[in-house]
Design a protein around this ligand. Structure first.
Ligand code: PSU
Ligand code: MN
Length: 308
């Protein structure tokens, strides 16, 4: 017998997602890096569970995506989420290394970029996260630009976020997205949000105020043969926001620590988020959880509207 040299994609759907696919029910993809690298335990687990519950309440099915022992999981069982939330040393996977983890039978959490690739492969067109990666401050020197941006330009998934994380250079992030033809649509506001804060001081390139209008816009892009996804920026609810001026103080301190400790590459974002968590005595985490929940709600509404 000859050995297969071209293995099939090792992909597994959760029972719930497999059933939703058969029924043609709306599905919302969720990333796992936010669980393993974005938040400390047990807040991360609490967030992962509540986000799934919100999506179900809204009449859609959640599909948390991760690579476990070399298998691409589209939808996780609760015990798998709980295990992931307490694992250390898991890989943080993006476009460059998601296939590496599969080929080498490793475990890894998917970033926005890798989750988009997996979602698209699984026929899922809406995805909820916290904040996307973007152009880092000082990118002129470091060239640190998240692969999330390029993925938005390529892969047809609607990504619902609370804007780019405010640790980034937001004007440059918007410039990059414009150059690559990625629509940036703020939900129900003209001001572009900055993750923990409702306002970045910049106007949003586009704005829409209903899930149906967002679904319609993406359909029109497809009709024109325009590839790629779009970024929906959903401002954090007012009662949970941390004002921009206050956040800037913490961000400045976190960036200074990152420089002092010479943090680079994939470690930058998790390092900054963890630093800010400590500087705000956990308040940034509460805001982060609230904004992901808010994004899950909107993403489910968009997924339902895409099915109409
Ligand atoms: N949003 C959050 N917390 C996170 C992230 C997003 O609220 O931890 C993760 C996402 O997985 C995103 C990644 O894709 O950070 C960006 O990492 P980088 O800047 O290294 O591309
Ligand atoms: Mn980076």
């Amino acid at each position: 017998m000859t050995k297969a040299i071209s293995p099939l994609l090792p992909i597994v759907y959760s029972k719930e997602v497999a059933a939703a696919k058969v029924r043609g029910a709306p599905i919302v993809a969720l990333e796992s890096t936010i669980i393993t690298h974005g938040m400390p335990f047990p807040g991360n687990l609490e967030m992962a569970r509540s986000v799934e519950a919100i999506i179900r309440e809204k009449g859609a099915v959640p599909a948390t995506i991760a690579v476990i022992d070399g298998i691409l999981h589209i939808g996780l069982e609760d015990t798998q989420i709980a295990t992931l939330a307490q694992m250390t040393g898991v890989m943080k996977l993006s476009r460059a290394d998601i296939a590496f983890a599969l080929a080498e039978r490793r475990s890894g959490a998917t970033t926005v970029a890798a989750t988009m690739i997996a979602a698209s492969r699984a026929g899922i067109s809406v995805f909820a996260t916290g904040g996307i990666g973007g152009v880092h401050r000082g990118a002129e020197e470091s060239l640190d630009i998240s692969a999330d941006l390029e993925e938005l330009a390529r892969t047809p998934v609607i990504v619902v976020s609370a804007g780019p994380k405010a640790i980034l250079d937001i004007p440059k992030t918007l410039e990059f997205l414009e150059t690559r033809g990625v629509p940036v649509v703020t939900y129900d506001s003209e001001e572009f949000p900055a993750f923990w804060s409702r306002d970045s001081g910049l106007r949003s390139p586009l704005s829409l105020s209903s899930p149906a209008a967002i679904a319609n816009f993406q359909r029109m892009r497809e009709q024109l043969g325009i590839e790629g996804g779009m970024l929906i920026a959903n401002p954090v609810p007012e009662e949970h926001e941390i004002p921009r001026e206050e956040m800037e103080i913490y961000i400045g301190r976190a960036l200074a620590s990152a420089e002092r400790e010479e943090v680079t590459g994939k470690d930058v974002t998790p390092f900054l988020l963890d630093n800010i968590f400590h500087l705000t005595a956990g308040r940034s985490l509460k805001t982060n959880i609230a904004l992901v929940e808010n994004n899950a709600r909107l993403a489910a509404e968009i997924a339902v509207a895409m099915n109409d």
